[in-house]
Design a protein around this ligand. Sequence first.
Ligand code: HEM
Length: 415
Amino acid sequence: MDALHRPLLDRSPALLAEGYAWLPNRMRESGGQVVRTRLMGRPALAVRGPDAVRFFYDERHVRRHRAIPEPVRGTLFGRGAVHTLDGDAHRVRKALFLPLLHVDRIAGVVEHVTAAWDEAVPSWAARPRVTLFDAASVVLTRGVCRWAGIPLAEEEAEPLARDLVAMVDGFATAGPRHWRARRARGRQEARLARLVQDVRSGAVTAPADSVLARVARHRHPDGEPLEPGTAAVELLNVVRPTVAVCWFVAFSAHALHRRPEHRDRLRAGDAAYAAAFAHEVRRFYPFAPFLGGRAVTDLSWHGERLPAGGLVLLDVYGQNHDEKLWGDPYVFRPQRFLERPVERDELIPQGGGEPDTNHRCPGEGITVGLLEALAVRLARLDHTVPEQDLTISLRRIPARPRSGFVIADVQAPAG
Ligand code: HEM
């Protein structure tokens, strides 16, 4: 097994021991915004700050090909995914995802997911306890499939939600979570590859402008249609991260429980405050720890050198908690987003640079839109929070409240 194929956390005992704190701790020791380290047996340079974001996203410096380890491709992204492409191949594939940035698409997903939420609440009211993380994953699965044109029978929603969550949950571990993620990916890629073939043969009709139809007719730069397996990978690259918003829903509930003073403005439907709250959830809570690319040439950053072939790591968690940018980074304070405009490359929970030309997440608008709408619904949800373990361990990647955030005594809205 070569270094690229070993599970991510096997490769660096420090990463395993420290999780999200690994690079921020090294940065603190070095006293700067750059640190030299090793990952996967390769020399690495970790960087942070808006200038470093621009350096990282410049393809003359950093490329993705052969940078993303197989255990991450085999669980989180899929083989041949847009995340792993550079140059022209990336530009052509990325075009598939750019409509996701449009406001009407964002509104469409939000409408379907909030409808699924409203349908689910009465069933939560009928149960003594509901684990919000799991319940939100099912709501998001129903909503995103309806919006994307993916057929989903009522009884298929829960197993699909479990598989989509598993793919995200298992990318950074060597244990059973990792193998669960691989099995989940195998199952869902096979199912969606068959669906793409059925759309192409006319056996299944997909609404003309749906994500399903667009993926089915997308072509490589040479004009050939995507192989069914690659089409399935890219369909999953829309559906899976949308369902992963359940991590942020659980974090939103955690924030509202710990700091109930944020409830009132959300409950009142204050749109600017809901946006600020969504950004602060994405900044404050841990999700993507860092991003990695391969140095295409010998590089130097703030006096530190890296030979070609080494890894450049963008310290996402560290930058979102950098005192120089945020002043009081470990305080959950949505107001910070109302006090000053935040620059493009300062807040990077979903990557930096431009989404249409760089690898920045094309689903950022959808994520924020969903979080705004669901934070308001959460603030308005009549429920109690029983005694439970709400610890969020920074050693577990991806992190989440240990209990999954259990709620009780949910009241269905009248009428
Ligand atoms: C890329 C995070 C939601 C689709 C990324 C990247 C991150 C990220 C860190 C990598 C950026 C880079 O490599 O430079 C997240 C988080 C989400 C989320 C934390 C919320 C839970 C979404 C949604 C969609 C989406 C809702 C689609 C509907 C994608 C795609 C890419 C991507 C297709 C690959 C872009 C490329 O390589 O050019 N996301 N994302 N993500 N995300 Fe998201």
